[in-house]
Write a protein that binds this ligand. Structure first.
Ligand code: EPU
Length: 418
């Protein structure tokens, strides 16, 4: 096990390179299952989650090479369309292989993800969608067994624009017979990139980036090459850090993916300057308390909610941070309170009463974004903060301590005995 030890209250200054997006590369890797041949992916972040997905694809029979941010996936000969419990249990995004496997092989056995640290997180939309395309779905021994000789296009309406279900059904529909219309689809940038990647493989998709997506099935797709978009959540995390702690220039971003965060940071009092793909953020002299309600894209991302609460914990005044995507995603709150924050949770809102300053303590991270929130809080706190259970942060942030250290943070990774 490892922990991060942070000596807080130091200014941050300099440039940081933003990595490729975790939530874009994972569905792209799954989509490589749709095609016999070599898919080349550039700007792949070296994360626990990308490695878990690579391991899963290898279990299925895929050949993978991964070095220096380049991944080659050869799914020509796949012999075992199975996603086992131990991998799905580590990473729910493993469920992305379901649609591609059923579409290409007519069968998939994928372990049903359980609940997670912040709620049940069901996959019913994925399953209902595949059933609409004609797949027969059964649950046996905790595994979903999906079968279909040939998927047939249909009209599918999601009750909520789920990112994962939209991606899964689009991938399945690319090889279905006829037209699939998805209403109330997700339009997150990661889904847009997945669609564009599928189109470059020969898929026919209309309405990309809107809530109504039409996929006209084709007989086969061709292998191609793609570069992963920059991670807007990693970028948002560094923007929030800069707003509290100094002057940071983020290199390689897509500013349009961050419009709401930038708007909110300006309200907070930070100065934000965009120059093509770079964004510079300068700390707010006084951090104003600003309410946030998470929403689907282009709204404020739930994946930045925990980091926002960390910033608000030292604001002047009180703010309300509401999560409408996940009702119970507040496991970071008791840990932030250990650092002296004054936050209470009521329903799906956190009431954050700003305090003058945080004071370092030992804390424990419970998921990827909670870890990011605790690191930010540790950087803002006086004294030493130890963030334990940091395997979570490695799932979604590439070398986060090195990136912060380059900006002047006093942060070290240390091995600990269990
Ligand atoms: N939902 C259902 N049924 C379903 C699917 C979703 O009820 O079949 C509900 C969920 O419980 C949730 C809402 O719909 O309340 C949205 O879930 P969604 O399916 O959109 O989330 P996801 O695809 O499981 C992705 C990201 C998450 C991110 C959410 C929301 C990946 C690999 N994961 O999850 O990222 O929070 O979209 O934007 O893309 C993270 O990176 O830390 C992370 C959790």
């Amino acid at each position: 096990m490892e922990k991060l030890v942070i000596e807080g209250n130091h200014q941050l200054r300099g440039e940081v390179q933003i990595s490729g997006a975790k939530n874009a590369v994972l569905p792209i890797m799954a989509a490589a299952l749709l095609v016999a041949g070599e898919t080349k992916i550039n700007r792949v972040p070296d994360l626990r989650d990308t490695r878990t997905m690579a391991k899963l694809l290898e279990v299925i029979g895929v050949q993978i090479q991964f070095a220096d941010g380049k991944m080659m996936i050869d799914a020509t000969s796949i012999d075992k369309p199975i996603a086992p419990y131990d991998l799905v249990n580590k990473m729910r995004a493993s469920f992305y292989v379901l649609g591609p496997l059923v579409a290409r092989f007519g069968k998939a056995i994928v372990s049903l993800p359980g609940g997670c640290a912040w709620g049940p997180r069901p996959v019913d939309y994925h399953l209902k969608g595949l059933e609409k395309l004609g797949a027969k779905i059964e649950l046996e021994g905790g595994d979903i067994i999906a079968k279909s000789k040939k998927l047939i296009g249909n009209k599918i309406r999601f009750d909520f624009p789920s990112v994962g279900a939209t991606g899964n059904i689009i991938m399945a529909a690319t090889l279905a017979k006829g037209e699939t219309k998805i209403e109330n689809a997700a339009k997150e940038p990661e889904i847009v990139q997945l669609c564009e990647f599928l189109v470059s493989m020969g898929a026919k998709i209309d309405g990309i980036g809107t809530t109504d997506i039409i996929v006209e099935g084709v007989n086969e797709l061709l292998p191609c090459e793609v570069s992963v978009i920059p991670d807007r959540i990693e970028a948002g995390t560094f923007l929030i850090a800069g707003a509290a702690l100094g002057k940071i220039t983020l290199k390689n971003t897509i500013p349009e993916h961050l419009s709401v965060v930038i708007e909110k940071l300006t309200e907070v009092g930070a100065e934000v300057v965009i120059d093509k793909n770079d964004i510079t953020v300068k700390r707010a002299k006084k951090i104003n308390a600003v309410d946030v309600t998470t929403a689907v894209f282009p709204g404020f991302a739930t994946d930045l909610q925990a980091q926002w609460i960390a910033l608000m914990s030292i604001a002047t005044g009180s703010s309300i941070v509401t999560d409408t995507i996940y009702n119970d995603r507040f496991s970071h709150v008791p840990e932030l309170n250990r650092l002296g924050a004054n936050i209470t949770v009521e329903g799906n809102s956190a009431i954050v009463r700003g305090v003058k300053g945080l004071v370092g303590a030992k804390v424990r991270s419970t998921d990827i974004r909670a870890s990011a929130s605790l690191i930010l809080a540790g950087l803002m706190a006086k004294g030493v903060t130890e963030v334990n259970h940091i395997h979570h942060i490695d799932r979604g942030y590439e070398k986060i301590e090195n990136k912060f250290a380059q900006l002047g943070a006093k942060i070290k990774r240390i091995s600990v005995d269990d």
